[in-house]
Design a binder for this molecule. Structure first.
Ligand code: AMP
Ligand code: ZN
Ligand code: FE
Ligand code: FE
Length: 281
């Protein structure tokens, strides 16, 4: 059993459709895949159909962009009820805010003589998908302004950039409660990756008390010391330990199945879920 619990499709900033993502997982030898698009469940239906057809077990999930003290924290939610009104409303609010935020980033770039338009960014986004900086990166690549997404983030779009504008994002404790109330299981994504380097031991303790179920310890953006720290904190707070690829298609170097989750850890997640089932082919 090869379990990869974190992957993106064109429903957010992955470069493959949900069906293509499931096919890619199968080709990579992943037997259980979680689709976890940013702030949306829009990719679920197509992924379910493909999973049944292609013989992949599918976990329906999300990755919620959260914020604490102006720092971005990502929370994975596994098997939540997508129709839970409060969760659905919070995700919709975040997606709406991403649209106005993109307008402001584009305005700032225009003021600085970087000519990219809302229409050019829109052309990079699948209908109904969560809009993100990677789509702006794709528009800049299409115009020949930068080489690839990585260069776009490095030179223009990183969090410390003068063009950076944030969007509405819930506090992680709020998001944990929303996922739990929707019957899902919340796991902190790449907690000690550079971009979220502010996650302290105390914050993990606070979030564990607020209902956090696990830590994504094994992830490309973690140094060996980060993995050890995650394992130590998971042990201390009785949290599940996961590992995942955070695959984005050609948008990032991450490859499906490059990090995986132990089946015993997965079963600890499933035990805590209510309602939404893993799709069995
Ligand atoms: P946003 O949610 O719009 O603020 O954009 C952040 C997203 O951009 C993250 O969730 C990553 O998936 C993606 N991202 C961040 N850095 C890079 C990078 N260097 N190359 C490609 N994608 C990136
Ligand atoms: Zn992403
Ligand atoms: Fe993330
Ligand atoms: Fe991700």
């Amino acid at each position: 059993m090869t379990i990869d619990l974190h992957a993106h499709s064109t429903a957010s900033d992955g470069t493959e459709s949900p069906a293509e993502l499931v096919a890619a997982a199968r080709a990579a030898g992943v037997t259980m895949l979680a689709i976890t698009d940013h702030d949306t469940t829009a990719g679920w239906a197509e992924a379910v159909e493909a999973a049944v057809r292609l013989g992949v077990q599918l976990v329906r999930g999300i990755e919620i962009s959260c914020s604490r003290d102006h720092r971005s924290i990502h929370l994975l939610g596994y098997l939540p009820d997508p129709d839970d009104p409060r969760l659905a409303a919070e995700l919709a609010r975040a997606r709406d805010s991403r649209v106005t935020r993109m307008d402001r980033i584009i305005e700032r770039m225009a003021d600085d003589g970087i000519p990219v338009t809302v229409e050019e960014v829109r052309a990079q986004v699948a209908p109904g998908a969560t809009l993100g900086r990677p789509h702006l990166a794709d528009a800049l690549v299409a115009k020949g302004i930068v080489e690839d997404r990585d260069a776009a983030f490095r030179d223009l779009l990183h969090d410390g950039s003068k063009y950076y504008v944030g969007h509405y994002a819930p506090d992680p404790a709020t998001a944990i409660a929303l996922v739990r109330d929707a019957g899902g299981v919340p796991v902190l994504a790449h907690p000690f990756a550079m971009r979220t380097a502010t996650i302290s031991d105390e914050l993990v303790e606070e979030l564990a008390a607020a209902g956090l179920a696990g830590l994504e310890a094994h992830h490309r953006d973690h140094e060996p010391g980060d993995v050890e720290r995650a394992l130590r904190l998971a042990d201390r707070h009785d949290l599940v330990v996961t590992g995942s690829s955070d695959y984005h298609g050609t948008g990032k170097l991450n490859r499906l199945g490059e990090h995986t989750t132990d089946p015993r850890e997965w079963s600890r997640i499933v035990e805590q879920s209510h309602g939404v089932k893993v799709v069995q082919p």
